[in-house]
Design a protein around this ligand. Structure first.
Ligand code: ADP
Ligand code: MG
Length: 701
């Protein structure tokens, strides 16, 4: 085991020296031998093949050609000078071109001497050319340690300017293997090695830097990706275990009158299997003695509200209060009305607290909260104000979590001596793989089944030029008694312009659908809450047939009779937002429609988004596509997450490996929770090393 040798500062590696060492530290974060070994190529060039000039193809790829320069000439053009060399082999002629460093090239490259050149070819006017080719004298080419696939390391302008080229890194890597004799201890337990037929770590490291073949490169990459993901998962799981051991929570072991009565007498419908499963998971958390910290994911319309209510009833049965926080006033009001209706036969007191609650009502709520008369409080951010003091808050539920920051989450559970249980509900599906990595400390429940009898929403894409047909369709649907949403984008930077779009749209719709036959509601962010509520109410009560709105209605609004969702400038929305909006319809028994309007000019990504919307209703499938389109960096909360500072694995592309790594990590911790067995000595050591370097959860709770 040469663990100590690997901690040697990079300065000591032959060929590095103090100034290069400084650059390595500053530019690449490489401090030790170990860091250099873990500095992985980001791609490989296939240099196994030599092309003849008459074999070159017009589809330009990287190619390697053996030949000689027979002449140089300089060509002057308006845009500047370029140096051109005629390069020949026995089959033909091509041109090499330089725009920079012409003097140096001219003085240093030899005429009529065999070179191996490498680069991308261009086809122009019947001739192939290659700009700024990599060049090596054949004589040296034959002497250098060459591998089938040539690694290309990440670089920066600064490094290149200071002469740290790919070739230099390659040389230093060779030196590193010489000094360490290529001996690297294995970090994964024997059984995993056997199960997955992994190559040894030493062999993997060698082949990732000096691949002997495509096949060994692939196995090397698999081995190293697995290891990286395995240790991240191990950390997340350990963190989760510690959380459960350390953070005590109230034990809710009574299933009492509220829950029983509601379950046996007042359930408005049969729970779906998924809802039952999730309620069971929550019950088991609440009875465990540890603080519950659970994320409930369920597509729009999957029925999260009833789960929230039943969880709150468990809290009440155990003598505690509960609260439900939603991101907007509209949504809070809707939750409030819905829950009051559901609980009307129960003996529970429920109140609503938002920014527009009157001072006198507010005082009353504060008082009842503190003396314990109030059981359930529903509301917006207003719940987080210092004046809001619960007598004994046992469960806090947060709906649509992406609207709330982590700080707010922890603020809620600090309202007590013991932290209250936390249930976070979201309709923004986070791909499971990402959820696993990001929310290792949250347990995740998924409602993966819609209530029965729902008809899938029909989604179509229409160009603005077809608007008249769309209007006709709206008219027909209104004729049948349905209601329609028409949504305009709202993007912060250009709020004024968006506002104008909305108003223009409103006007043209008012012309198309004139009063008194048609009534139209309008809701946007610049309205006072009271006006918004008034307009919403008119739509909810069926007094208006059309609701023209910005995305304020995105979240949670429930009007079962609304069956058409029209999204204007749909190309400007992200996939998850489109899906959220679509989820506003399809809540009743009628066939529902979502119409995505757009202009003809669409980017490739926009096209993919719209096509995906048309082809599937499944939120998780959409989330996966979204993740691929945008990369994990853009998804909520991932920026701060060290999880994504991966050296070799890719959280999207390697999600199969991630799953397997997680399973193995789980099994390991089940068998040996403290990593005490002798065969896990290296695992423990590596775990500690990794944990020292990566604080992967500092942003969660
Ligand atoms: P979301 O998960 O989007 O919050 P909701 O809880 O608002 O979904 O439920 C959407 C609609 O489905 C509501 O009208 C609700 O009453 C209804 N619903 C929920 N669960 C069921 C079920 N098991 N059977 C029938 N309808 C249900
Ligand atoms: Mg909801």
């Amino acid at each position: 085991m040469n663990t100590n040798l690997l901690q040697t500062p990079i300065d000591y590696l032959k060929g590095v020296g103090p100034s290069r060492a400084e650059l390595f530290r500053k530019e690449l974060g490489i401090h030790t031998y170990q860091d250099l070994i873990n500095f992985f190529p980001n791609r490989y060039l296939d240099k196994t093949k030599y092309y003849k000039i008459n074999q070159l193809q017009q589809s330009s790829a990287d190619v390697q050609v053996l030949g000689k320069i027979v002449a140089f000439r300089t060509i002057e053009q308006k845009r500047g000078k370029r140096l051109v060399a005629d390069f020949v082999d026995e089959t033909g002629k091509m041109e090499l071109v330089w725009f920079r460093g012409q003097k140096w090239i001219r003085e240093n490259l030899k005429l009529n001497t065999p070179y191996v050149i490498f680069g991308k070819t261009n086809w122009f006017n019947g001739l192939f050319s290659m700009a700024h080719p990599e060049m090596e004298l054949l004589e040296e080419h034959e002497k250098s340690l060459r591998t089938a696939m040539q690694p290309v390391y990440p670089s920066s302008e600064k490094l290149t300017n200071k002469g740290i080229t790919n070739r230099v890194i390659n040389k230093l890597m060779q030196q590193l293997f010489i000094e360490t004799k290529g001996k690297f201890y294995d970090t994964l337990p024997q059984n995993i090695h056997e199960d997955l037929k992994l190559i040894s770590r030493a062999e993997a490291l060698f082949n990732v830097h000096f691949p002997k073949s495509q096949e060994l490169l692939a196995r090397a990459q698999f081995r190293l990706k697995f290891e990286e993901l395995f240790y991240i998962q191990l950390q997340l799981l350990v963190k989760n275990m510690l959380h459960k051991k350390r953070i005590k929570g109230y034990v809710f072991d009574t299933i009492g009158e509220n829950f029983e009565t509601f379950y046996s007498e007042h359930l408005p419908f049969q729970l779906t299997g998924a809802q039952k499963k999730v309620i069971k998971e929550i019950r088991s958390d609440l009875g465990s003695g540890a603080q519950m910290n659970r994320l409930l994911q369920g597509d729009v319309g999957s029925g999260k509200t009833i789960v929230a209510l039943m969880s709150m009833l468990i809290a009440l049965d155990n003598g505690f209060q509960a609260c439900l926080m939603a991101p907007t006033e509209i949504l809070s009001v809707q939750h409030y009305t819905g829950l009051v209706e559901l609980c009307k036969e129960l003996n529970t007191s429920i109140e609503l607290l938002t920014g527009s609650t009157k001072a006198s009502k507010r005082r009353e709520i504060h008082e009842k909260l503190e003396n314990g008369e109030l059981d359930i409080l529903i509301g917006t951010h207003a719940l987080l104000e210092d004046k809001v003091k619960f007598k004994n808050l046992g469960l806090a539920i947060i709906d649509e979590q992406h609207r709330f920051g982590v700080e707010q989450r922890s603020k809620l559970w600090k309202k007590n001596d013991l932290p209250s249980h936390i249930l976070v509900m979201t309709a923004t599906p986070i791909p499971r793989t990402l959820a696993m990595s990001l929310y290792g400390d949250l347990d995740v429940s998924v409602i993966d089944e819609l209530p029965p009898g729902r008809r899938p929403i029909k989604t179509v894409h229409r160009f603005d030029s077809n608007r008249l047909k769309v209007f006709r369709f709206i008219r027909d649907e209104i004729e049948k008694g349905r209601q329609i949403y028409i949504v305009y984008p709202l993007i912060q930077e250009s709020e004024k312009m968006d506002y104008k779009d909305l108003m223009d749209g409103y006007e043209s719709i008012s012309r198309e659908f004139p009063m008194p036959k048609y009534q139209i509601s309008i809701v946007h962010g610049q309205m006072k809450p009271a006006d918004k509520n008034y307009e919403m109410d008119r739509f909810i009560n069926g007094d208006t047939q059309i609701m023209v709105a910005t995305t304020v209605i995105e979240v949670g609004v429930n009007v079962p009779n609304a069956s058409v969702m029209i999204i204007e400038s749909s190309e400007r929305f992200g996939l998850s937002q489109l899906h959220q909006l679509r989820g506003r319809v399809g809540r009743g028994a009628e066939q529902s429609y979502c119409i995505l309007m757009s202009g003809h000019k669409l980017s490739e990504d926009s096209k993919t988004r719209l096509q995906t919307m048309v082809s599937t209703n499944d939120g998780f499938e959409l989330a996966e596509v979204d993740l691929k389109l945008r990369g994990p960096g853009d998804l909520m909360g991932t920026q701060q997450s060290g999880v994504l500072n991966l050296k070799i694995a890719d959280i999207v592309k390697d999600n199969q490996i991630l799953k397997s790594a997680r399973d193995y990590a789980k099994r390991l911790l089940t068998d040996d929770p403290n990593l005490e067995l002798p065969e896990h000595k290296m695992v423990k050591y590596t775990y500690q090393q990794v944990a020292k370097h990566k604080n992967i959860w500092n942003y969660i709770s």
